[in-house]
Design a protein around this ligand. Structure first.
Ligand code: ADP
Ligand code: MG
Length: 454
């Protein structure tokens, strides 16, 4: 087939494809592809790198063949050639394909509704360093001596340092060790508080009490959230006493030690301090690198160690940011033909910059509306259509994540929506992002546009 005809056919194929997959997905995976040759029923196309090749093969191959046949009926198969004239091989040469599909299975973790635990948080994938070794040892101590040794265990430390991971890992390890003989309940303090408010409203406080008191292990995350919430404090105080007297294990976390949580009852503070209080501090370089190695594997990125080293050197504040940096770099590099150390450094700078830059919400709204082909107005109206719900949730996520707006101000911006609705949307996207690579990319593209718009 002649070159110009081939090109023409390819653009027809893309047009047809556009009717079947979302625009962003199309853009992400098909924009850098050139048709190379059509011969003997085989269409060969040039793709920029191995990651794209593997994603096309694993996710789009059949769809692409079907679609291409609509334009070239005699087509039998498609081959992907890596256009890597001057590619630097930052990706390890393992079979990314196999790892990625394996990885996909691995990362779809379901939260268990009866315990509220997410099985992805385990002791085995928690890296122990000097910053968290005491907390880790205490967590193990809890599992091995339920209700006896460290009760309550109170773990505190700044954001993104691994408190939730460790708390959830305690719960998951107890399940592993004791099976269903132990009843466990994990909750964030926000959930605890919301449940309480709802149960008071619906007059079913007994149900609430059963949920939090009829357990062998209660794990309550982020108790600094109790600050100023008298009703919740009182309820927790009684919950605590009841469990404690029955020698049930209780674990708390907070972003600061009990003594300096403001607006909290003295008697509750002293309960918090009654067992063992340990802190988690920011990790050192070696620990950061070890964490990156684990996440790199878990997510199937297979970035080379030198890139992980740069990340561990440059991102030091907390582990959530470190992980975000890893995701960002993996995504960006997957779309480049070639890159060097300087490029990687620049990407990290760009990533860190987005964490501090304050951006107007109007700009974010406009970009999201454009991206999803909606009118800005649609995002504000109370429309319950699928085409609008998801973009709205993405908008909420980005207002929070990039705009750094509080939940209540996002509620204000979006036509006086309740702040729990906003929180729900944010958490929904945050969760789906980890399991849905397409969504992850849409969001990366959106972030890109927001940060690079003037
Ligand atoms: P916190 O609750 O303290 O804000 P998280 O537990 O949510 O922090 O941790 C943020 C992210 O960092 C999670 O994805 C978690 O798995 C990861 N993380 C934190 N500490 C470690 C560690 N020591 N080893 C492995 N991953 C960690
Ligand atoms: Mg947490």
């Amino acid at each position: 087939m002649e070159n110009n005809i081939l090109k023409e056919n390819w653009s027809k194929i893309l047009d047809n494809l556009e009717k079947k997959i979302s625009k962003p997905t199309l853009k992400t995976w098909f924009s850098n592809i050139e048709p190379f040759q059509f011969f003997n029923g085989i269409l060969k196309i040039n793709v920029p790198n191995k990651l794209v090749k593997n994603w096309l093969e694993s996710k789009f191959h059949i769809l692409l063949i079907k679609t291409a046949k609509e334009v070239i009926p005699e087509l039998k198969d498609i081959e992907y050639l890596i256009n890597d004239k001057n590619q630097i091989h930052y990706y390890q040469k393992k079979s990314v394909l196999k790892k990625i599909s394996y990885q996909q299975k691995l990362t779809i973790f379901e939260v268990n509704p009866s315990t509220n635990l997410n099985p992805k948080y385990r002791f085995e994938n928690f890296v122990v360093g000097s910053n968290n070794e005491l907390a880790f040892a205490a967590a193990q101590g809890v599992v091995n001596n339920l209700g006896e040794k460290f009760n309550p265990l109170f773990i505190y430390g700044g954001v993104g340092l691994g408190k939730t991971h460790l708390l959830q890992a305690i719960g998951n390890e107890i399940i592993k060790k004791y099976g269903l003989t132990k009843k466990i309940r994990y909750a964030t303090t926000e959930q605890f508080t919301n449940d309480l408010i709802n149960s008071l409203k619906n007059q079913n406080i007994d149900e609430f009490r059963q949920k939090f008191r009829d357990v062998d292990v209660l794990i309550l995350d982020d108790v600094h959230f109790l600050s100023g919430k008298n009703k919740s404090q009182e309820e927790l105080f009684h919950t605590f006493n009841e469990l404690y007297n029955l020698k049930k294990q209780i674990v708390f976390s907070s972003d600061r030690p009990p003594r300096i949580i403001p607006d909290i009852e003295e008697r509750l503070q002293s309960r918090f301090e009654g067992g063992l209080v340990v802190d988690i501090t920011p990790p050192d370089y070696e620990t950061r690198l070890a964490i990156l190695k684990i996440k790199n594997q878990e997510r199937g990125y297979f970035l080379q160690e030198n890139i992980l080293e740069i990340l561990a050197q440059k991102i030091t504040k907390n582990i959530r940011e470190l992980e975000g940096g890893l995701n960002y770099i993996a995504f960006k590099l997957s779309r480049l033909n070639n890159y060097d150390e300087e490029k990687v450094l620049n990407l990290i700078k760009e990533y860190l910059k987005q964490n501090i830059k304050k951006i107007s919400y109007k700009k974010i709204i406009k970009i999201v509306a454009d991206f999803y082909n909606l009118k800005e107005d649609d995002l504000f109206k109370k429309i319950r259509k699928k085409e609008v719900i998801k973009p709205r949730q993405v908008l909420i996520y980005l207002l929070r994540e990039i705009g750094k707006f509080s939940y209540s101000s996002i509620g204000e911006i979006l036509n006086k929506r309740d702040h729990t609705t906003i929180l729900y949307s944010y958490e929904k996207i945050e969760k789906e992002l980890k399991e849905d690579f397409d969504l992850f990319q849409e969001i990366e593209i959106l972030k890109d546009r927001i940060l690079n718009s003037n």
